[in-house]
Design a binder for this molecule. Structure first.
Ligand code: NAD
Ligand code: UGA
Length: 480
């Protein structure tokens, strides 16, 4: 029986291995992690991450051929194929701080593999890593090899949170990069055989190692660039009276451009887009490609601009001050159908409003109060490290309260800010909400989920990203 061990039981390691285990009953899959709480949660009925469809998949194979364990060394030493899916956060200190990927967790995993292995291994990079990481890993492993042979493969993951299970079941492609030597090709084939249990062969692409590593960074950079492009257009739409949804629709009808990923928003979030672009920028700079680095940097600058622009719009519309005013924050996760808040635009928007002394009442159907408080007190990039390296007991932000539902968050509020596109925000009883708010009552929709005309008929002053401006807002222009 082929044995797989995955180091890192997070958003990628957990769901990816569950889907492999479900589709390959003949393979034993063990997911290991240094976090005892995470592994206990995987072994309980309350999984550590919320992802539609995940529970059902895990239920079917946990205890059959899918196991979660903290006994890292045992399972690594027994495995034929080792996936490494640990954090690769942005460095917070030293050379490349604020840009380069911090490979501390990757390197310690590689050193541990070298220490405990007694048989040949295929080591698979599942984490997103800088180009040429495989070379560094290869050096660590072969310098300590005791005659054991290692083949390093790059097999980046393209799943998106909220749709992880469907992405894993029907991937657009599976990418496997490896050495173009007989042993390298054999290792590529071994991993291909795993995916071939459920992925059609024409969707499994094989490349050299560096192309696979770079393709992952490139794919995220292209996706984020589309969002920054449409968000840049949203500012121009507001200035000219064009409607960004109509512009996106018209542009996306061009089959060369396509309709996906053209929704204007308060900004992109998530654990990877910013981190991976910063990493790309750093690699370009290290290779003397300043123009290329600056080109990609602009994607992040526009994203920051969009978040600031939103905060400025809120403050300027409300007579240039939100001091002491209650603002209901609808949604805190970085997108719908996930409880993940890593790099969510809600953090910057909330911090911006708190900077202007607003009082916030935050409601999100999936994010815990502790998580929100921790996010609002954490330093930039602090979240991006394993849980045991993050602050334990947040002191909490006094001007922030957490609400149980949208109605509580909006009661007596002067304004609502919609920051995550949860479906339930489309069907709230906005008449009831309006009646319980201070007047004038504002809605700032950072995700274009509400029916603007209906809300205006109720009496709200409505701002919706990239849409023709309410007459009220035209008279109160936001300075970005
Ligand atoms: P995560 O923080 O959810 O999980 C990483 C896990 O690795 C943590 O549980 C941590 O405790 C564990 N870990 C760290 N060092 C370890 C070690 N030495 N030994 C054992 N366990 C260790 O992170 P994630 O979101 O799963 O991301 C992992 C990688 O996958 C990152 O490189 C990320 O860029 C990439 N990625 C993430 C996504 C996504 O949607 N989240 C998608 C594609 C790729
Ligand atoms: C993204 C990529 O889509 C995945 O392919 C990749 O594997 C993953 O990053 C990663 O490497 O971590 P994810 O961050 O989970 O996945 O979610 P996305 O659906 O890409 O959304 C990212 C952010 O962009 C969210 O804040 C979302 O609201 C925003 N977004 C997305 C927009 O503002 N407009 C859009 O049209 C699409």
């Amino acid at each position: 029986m082929v044995k797989i061990c995955c180091i890192g039981a997070g958003y990628v390691g957990g769901p990816t291995m569950a889907v492999i285990a479900l589709n390959c009953p003949s393979i034993e899959v063990v997911v290991v992690d240094i976090s005892v709480t995470r592994i206990s949660a995987w072994n309980s009925d309350q999984l550590p991450i919320y992802e539609p469809g995940l529970n059902e998949v895990v239920k079917q194979c946990k205890g059959r051929n899918l196991f979660f364990s903290t006994d890292i060394e045992k399972h690594v030493s027994e495995a034929d194929i080792i996936f490494v899916s640990v954090n690769t956060p942005t460095k917070t200190r030293g050379l490349g701080a604020g840009k380069a990927a911090d490979l501390t967790y990757w390197e310690s995993a590689a050193r541990m593999i070298a220490d405990v292995s007694k048989s040949n291994k295929i080591v698979v990079e599942k984490s997103t890593v800088p180009v040429k990481t495989a070379e560094a890993i290869e050096r660590i492993l072969t310098h300590n090899s005791k005659g054991i042979k290692y083949q390093i493969l790059s097999n980046p993951e393209f799943l998106a949170e909220g749709t992880a299970i469907q992405d894993l079941f029907k991937p657009d492609r599976v990418l496997i990069g490896g050495r173009e030597t007989p042993d390298g090709l054999k290792a590529i084939q071994a991993l291909k055989d795993v995916y071939a249990h459920w992925v059609p062969e024409d969707r499994i692409i094989t490349t050299n190692l560096w192309s696979a590593e770079l393709s992952k960074l490139a794919a995220n950079a292209f996706l984020a660039q589309r969002i920054s492009s449409v968000n840049a257009m949203s500012a121009l739409c507001e200035a000219t009276g064009a409607d960004v949804s109509q512009v996106s629709h018209a542009v996306g009808k061009d089959s060369r451009i396509g309709p996906k990923f053209l929704n204007a928003s308060v900004g992109f979030g998530g654990s990877c887009f910013q981190k991976d672009i910063l990493n790309l920028v750093y690699i370009c700079e290290c290779n003397g490609l300043a123009e290329v680095a600056n080109y990609w940097k602009q994607v992040i600058k526009v994203n920051d601009y969009q978040k600031n622009r939103f905060v400025n719009r809120v403050v300027s519309s409300m007579f240039n001050t939100v001091a002491g005013k209650k603002i209901g924050i609808m949604g805190f996760a970085f997108k719908k159908d996930t409880g993940d808040t890593r790099e969510t635009p809600a953090i910057d928007v909330c911090k911006g409003l708190l900077g202007d002394k607003a009082r916030l009442s935050i409601y999100d159907p999936q994010v815990t109060a502790d998580q929100i408080q921790r996010d609002l007190t954490m330093n930039k990039f602090g979240w991006d490290h394993p849980i045991h390296r993050q602050p334990m007991s947040p002191t909490g932000v006094k001007q922030v309260s957490i609400a149980w539902d949208a109605y509580e968050a909006s009661k007596d509020a002067h304004a609502l800010c919609i920051l995550t596109e949860w479906d339930e925000f489309k069907t709230l009883d906005y008449r009831r909400i309006f009646d319980n708010m201070q007047k004038p009552a504002f809605v700032f929709d950072g995700r274009n989920v509400v029916n603007v005309e209906m809300l205006r008929d109720i009496g709200f002053i409505v701002y919706s990203i990239g849409k023709p401006l309410d007459p009220w807002l035209k008279n109160m222009p936001a300075v970005a």
